[in-house]
Unconditional design. Structure first.
Length: 239
């Protein structure tokens, strides 16, 4: 009977994709690129703690596998995640890692960086960490976002984005609102077009600023006032 069974045609592709990610150096690169920016090969090599020649080989595999795109400017080679789908895949996989399996910080610097990432960060192009959860909860409690069966903006939510001056690009194939599992909070935060637009607006208006060399962001005094006025978020939650 087994001789007549047909193997799922997606199985080889899934195995190749899993093998691409199943390497510590490549995983480190993918996690770093969740900040949504383009990195040079040299920056990623230093971040991953490997030689430039070794990193170049890994980047070649990630580009060939469709997880990264690259461009060259002069002598520099820049890479970034191919699109939001890759970012969501990496973030969702990271969320499956048990907190007990993550090594404890070795020093004060690592502890501070970890705390900053948990407090607020970008997940590719949207807000994550306690900040992302706070915004998502506030949108939901005000009935601007519905979480009954997946994430969806309500009519009031669409009106809120327009009134706040945050344009939503509804022409593409990307979902307007999408749930993204937060790997530190273990709860979903807002992604999709709305999540990206809100994050972009927060950075452009100075509500948040990037800190350090990681993905961490910090809410400014301007941001505290704006998020309190617009969404009723308690300032202590944002610190």
């Amino acid at each position: 009977m087994l001789d007549h069974m047909t193997k799922d045609p997606q199985a080889p592709q899934l195995a190749r994709l899993a093998a691409l990610i199943a390497d510590e150096t490549r995983a480190a690169c993918l996690l770093a690129l969740l900040d949504g920016r383009a990195w040079t090969a040299g920056e990623l090599a230093r971040h991953a703690g490997v030689a430039a020649s070794t990193l170049s080989e890994h980047l070649g595999k990630l580009v060939a596998g469709g997880l990264l795109t690259e461009e060259r400017q002069g002598r520099h080679r820049y890479v970034r995640l191919t699109d939001a789908r890759v970012a969501h895949l990496v973030e969702d996989l990271a969320a499956q890692v048990s907190p007990d399996a993550v090594p404890r910080p070795r020093n004060l610097r690592e502890s501070s960086a970890g705390s900053a990432m948990a407090r607020g960060r970008t997940c590719y192009d949207h807000l994550a960490g306690r900040l992302g959860i706070a915004v998502t909860d506030a949108l939901t409690s005000r009935q601007l976002l519905c979480q009954d069966s997946g994430f969806a903006l309500t009519d009031a939510g669409l009106a809120w984005f327009e009134a706040t001056g945050i344009p939503l690009d509804r022409k593409g194939r990307r979902p307007l609102a999408r749930a993204c599992l937060d790997w530190t909070e273990r709860r979903p935060h807002l992604a999709g077009v709305a999540g990206a637009a809100l994050c972009r607006h927060a950075l452009a208006e100075g509500w948040c600023v990037r800190i350090g060399s990681e993905r961490a962001v910090k809410v400014t005094a301007t941001g505290e006032r704006a998020l309190t006025d617009l969404l009723g978020i308690d300032t202590e939650t944002l610190r």
